[in-house]
Design a protein around this ligand. Structure first.
Ligand SMILES: Nc1ncnc2c1ncn2[C@@H]1O[C@H](COP(=O)(O)OP(=O)(O)OP(=O)(O)O)[C@@H](O)[C@H]1O
Ligand SMILES: O=C(O)c1ccc[n+]([C@@H]2O[C@H](COP(=O)([O-])O)[C@@H](O)[C@H]2O)c1
Length: 204
């Protein structure tokens, strides 16, 4: 199967920010810029999810979210991809396996906000994710403590890198993860939907 993916050379470090992006917002743009700086990434891809397996309601149609993401991303090293729709995957562990097969030699790093680390042990094959790629966690308002106390943080406590070493994360062998305290933006898709800034009628 030929995947349409952003161009990347073997050896480069690519951060994957998986998300519903329903809608995309300044918080996504902000953590992406911070992640590029803090984790020494060559590129960062917004991996737009066909639908978070843990969320009860499906998001807006893929095309609409992809278009909104592309309109928001202006950084030359940040790219938007529908790879999971092409692959027919929505579980992160499966997507990572497929991307590693499709782009051998590329160093993928999984990125997420602290809210996702807090419930990471509910994800399918979450230990496989930790053993497969380095994981970068970015602070999110109200979530720092729950993330630090989470099962994933406890189980993989010995694999945690100090924030001062965050630049080397992409070159570490997994398991390796790092939590960075970036300046926080209290914006969320939930809040934007509630304010009517992303009309619900077109949701999937
Ligand atoms: N303001 C933010 N600060 C830190 N991380 C964030 C922020 N907004 C989103 N993220 C992270 O970006 C990724 C994609 O987020 P997502 O598309 O679910 O947006 P969201 O605002 O969390 O949406 P929702 O409110 O619908 O759950 C997740 O890993 C999430 O933790
Ligand atoms: O693989 C899983 O079991 C899993 C469970 C929950 C969330 N995820 C992924 O986590 C990313 C963030 O999801 P969201 O809805 O918080 O933006 C997105 O890529 C989801 O597919 C993945």
């Amino acid at each position: 199967m030929t995947l349409r993916l952003p161009y990347v050379r073997p050896g480069q470090v690519v951060g994957l920010l998986g998300g519903s992006f329903d809608p995309p917002h300044q918080g996504h743009a902000h953590i992406s810029r911070e992640a590029l700086k803090r984790f020494g990434l060559d590129q960062l891809w917004w991996l737009v999810s066909p639908g978070n397996p843990l969320k009860a309601h499906g998001p807006a149609p893929m095309e609409r979210r992809i278009t909104a993401c592309r309109a928001m991303v202006t950084h030359p090293r940040i790219h938007v991809t529908d790879a999971e729709a092409q692959l027919g995957t929505r579980y992160t562990a499966q997507s990572l396996r497929a991307l590693q097969v499709a782009r051998p030699g590329v160093r993928f790093v999984w990125l997420m906000g602290a809210d996702n680390l807090a419930q990471f042990d509910q994800w399918q094959d979450w230990r496989d994710i930790m053993e497969r790629v380095p994981v970068a966690v970015l602070a999110r308002p109200g979530q720092r403590i729950s993330a630090r106390m989470s099962k994933a943080a406890r189980v993989y406590g010995a694999a945690r890198l100090p924030a001062a070493s965050s630049h080397s994360l992409g070159h570490r062998g997994p398991p390796a993860w790092c939590f960075v305290n970036v300046p926080m933006l209290a914006v969320s898709s939930t809040r934007l939907r509630a304010k009517g800034e992303w009309p619900q009628s077109e949701r999937g």
